[in-house]
Design a protein around this ligand. Sequence first.
Ligand code: SAM
Length: 266
Amino acid sequence: MNFPKPRKWLGQHFLTDPRILGRIADVLEITDADTVVEIGPGRGALTEQLLTRAKRVVAIEIDRDLAKLLREKHDGDERVTIIESDVLDVNLGEAAGGPYLVAGNVPYNITTPILFHALEHVRATRAVYLVQREVAERVVAEAASENYGALSANVQALATAELVFKVAAGAFTPPPKVESAVLRIVPRADPLIAPSEEAAYRAMVVGSFGFRRKQMQRVIRELWDLGAEPAAEILARAKIDPAARPEVLNPSDFARLLRSRATRPD
Ligand code: SAM
């Protein structure tokens, strides 16, 4: 098949090794009852692996030429739906029409918005992404470890995340400048925050890591424009050491902090 030249600005690095593609599909633990939403199918190599395992694949591709090629390739196959769109504009639950899994070798410049997009309601049952290795390491990092930051605390409040295996740059055409890794994300049955708290939680976490070197007593004073006394009260109620720095707070600590502020007596 004649493919158009890879478009760099769309993060087009294509995987061709069937062994790696098969392993990615295996990590998703697909059954023949599952609908898989694929993000960025590109030339359709991962799509083929998904189709050997799933009931249906809904593939969302922004590139008009590639979407057309995929439509032609799967013409007449009722198990395949190709949606030509920016994935961030698609309600994944509606596109799937029911419970769904997510798979994608995703464009690296929009990895974070994509991860959170699939954690919106209705959440994917499981998701497997091929992402920049450094991003995968940040997502799975534990509090107080080198790679821990806002991305870790924000994802882990809603889901468990695992770096399953790494993929060398040479496996892609054209090779990207960085190493990649397969990241598996499973929404928690007991999310640490409710949907109505998500925006405030994320703002607090991102804001806190903006003051990475400061102690929490200073961080929340700056973040929420508080005096010393109310800040100390909020931290005491949340059982957080006022001298702790944001990088040692785990997602549960941040969730308690948010609630402690919300329930502050006036
Ligand atoms: N899945 C293919 C593979 O493994 O070879 C292609 C992966 S390539 C890294 C990323 C794909 O995502 C490209 O096909 C690109 O056109 C597509 N893409 C980029 N931005 C997108 C967006 N906002 N929404 C949907 N697809 C997008």
